[in-house]
Design a protein around this ligand. Structure first.
Ligand SMILES: Cc1ncc(COP(=O)(O)O)c(C=O)c1O
Length: 438
């Protein structure tokens, strides 16, 4: 492969230091399985499934063929007062995978759209039930829920909120669930379920009857994989029920086998009222997201409107895009035929052992993990939060792509990763994180 001469001035890159990138571009030209290749032909192992998207590995022909076929048959159809049969087929297939009762599906194109759609559905539900005063949301410190204005309001990562204050919704934050005693805990920490009582405290301070929904990532992903303490999600469920608040699980990262079950809801045995999903829904091949809600939530909203008008005044030009539906159906077929959720569950102990072998390296200050996702906390440098990007660049130069946030790396390879691929990834991590000075 030859290096392509590129003018990099015009593309304003997202979540990127554009000036730094232009000085030291790191690009992908080609991908297959758990590998990328740069335009110069360097092989890069994919330690983050793209961006937690490509759970079935890159270059899946089944998806490419389904997309091509759909493009030639029906490339686009509007979904306002019109539909294509394939969207109903996908909604049914998804409801079969979801916990029982979560079987009404609203489609969007990104995780951020799913989150903002879920917020509006929660508001519409309470209004339909005669409680229009429930307009406040609760989320959690260190949470990430995308970048639209609703999701930015829910965000618990200060860097994602700082520049956008003043235009956000009414959100109160619970504490995150990490503490010093949890360092190097594999799986769920035993202590910390009582942190869910923050929700009760918020209900007492603000009035439970003013709160529409509580949003949490079952495992906080973007901050660096914070696994919920045993009993924490159960306690949130009890409190949400006690105060009539909808419980929303944002499963944009944890969905589709990442935890070893279809969704974290099933893995942890806690069923939310609303769930958001995206990323691995189409194996990252075509943008698509979904919000799943309990039957009675949709029923309340649609039964509350008797006029001939849309019951939910919300939707996107690309909601239920037929090509995205085709990609998603092909992806769900791969997950099923290749038994990838079961593979993730059985490979997880090997994966976590490999991650925890990094424990004594000088650049590692904490390790966390569950299923096929792990957080590697770096020993902070002079400026807290600045080391992740520097380490991410070094890892790339050594042949490994991993997502970094602040001083954490989020290591979550594809569910098709084999032991040999994993040891290649761990070798690069060992080499870079074993350096005393970074
Ligand atoms: C939990 C969670 N919610 C929402 C989003 C936003 O998804 P998108 O980037 O597709 O808008 C993400 C993205 O990483 C996420 O991790």
């Amino acid at each position: 492969m030859n290096q392509i001469p590129i003018n990099m001035k015009n593309h304003w890159m997202p979540f990127t230091n554009n000036k730094m990138f232009q000085k030291q571009p790191q690009m992908f030209q080609k991908a297959e399985g758990v590998r990328y290749w740069t335009p110069e032909g360097q092989e890069i192992l994919d330690g983050s499934s793209g961006l937690f998207t490509c759970a079935a590995g890159h270059g899946r022909k089944e998806i490419a063929e389904a997309v091509y076929k759909q493009l030639m048959e029906l490339d686009y159809s509007p979904h306002f007062q019109r539909a294509a049969p394939i969207s109903f087929e996908l909604a049914e297939a998804l409801s079969d995978l979801l916990p029982e009762g979560l079987d009404r599906i609203f489609f969007g194109s990104s995780g951020s759209e799913a989150v903002d759609s879920a917020m509006k559905i929660c508001l519409a539900y309470h209004k339909a039930k005669g409680e229009p005063q429930r307009t406040r949301f609760v989320s959690r410190s260190w949470g990430y829920h995308g970048v639209n204005l609703g999701g930015t309001s829910l965000a618990g990562m200060v860097g994602n909120r700082r520049d956008f204050s003043g235009v956000t919704c009414d959100v109160v934050h619970m504490r995150h669930t990490w503490n010093e005693d949890q360092r190097f805990t594999k799986g769920q920490p035993q202590d910390g379920a009582d942190l869910a009582d923050d929700l009760e405290e918020i209900c007492q301070t603000y009035g439970g009857e003013t709160i529409a929904a509580v949003f949490v990532e079952p495992i906080a992903g973007s901050i660096g994989t914070i696994v919920p303490p045993v009993g924490y999600l159960q306690r949130l469920r009890e409190l949400a029920d006690k105060y009539g608040i909808l419980l929303v699980f944002d499963e944009v990262i944890t969905g589709f086998g990442r935890t070893g079950s279809a969704f974290a809801a099933q893995e942890f045995g806690v069923i939310p009222d609303v769930m958001t999903m995206a990323k691995a829904l189409t194996n990252g091949a075509i943008p698509m997201s979904a919000v799943a809600v309990k039957t009675e939530i949709q029923a309340a909203v649609i039964d509350s409107i008797t006029a001939d008008r849309p019951e939910l005044m919300h939707g996107y030009t690309y909601s239920a895009h037929p090509v995205a539906c085709a990609a998603a159906l092909a992806t769900l077929g791969i997950y099923k035929n290749d038994g990838l959720f079961e593979k993730a569950a059985s490979f997880s102990p090997t994966f976590l052992d490999a991650v925890f072998s990094l424990r004594n390296l000088p650049q590692v200050s904490d390790l966390r993990g569950y299923g096929m996702m792990a957080g590697i906390q770096l020993t902070p440098g002079e400026t807290p939060g600045a080391k992740g990007s520097a380490v991410q660049r070094k890892l790339f130069d050594e042949g490994l792509h991993v997502k970094a946030t602040g001083d954490a790396l989020i290591f979550a390879p594809a569910l098709v990763t084999e032991e040999e691929d994993l040891s290649g990834m761990i070798d690069v991590l060992q080499k870079v994180l074993g350096q005393a000075d970074l």
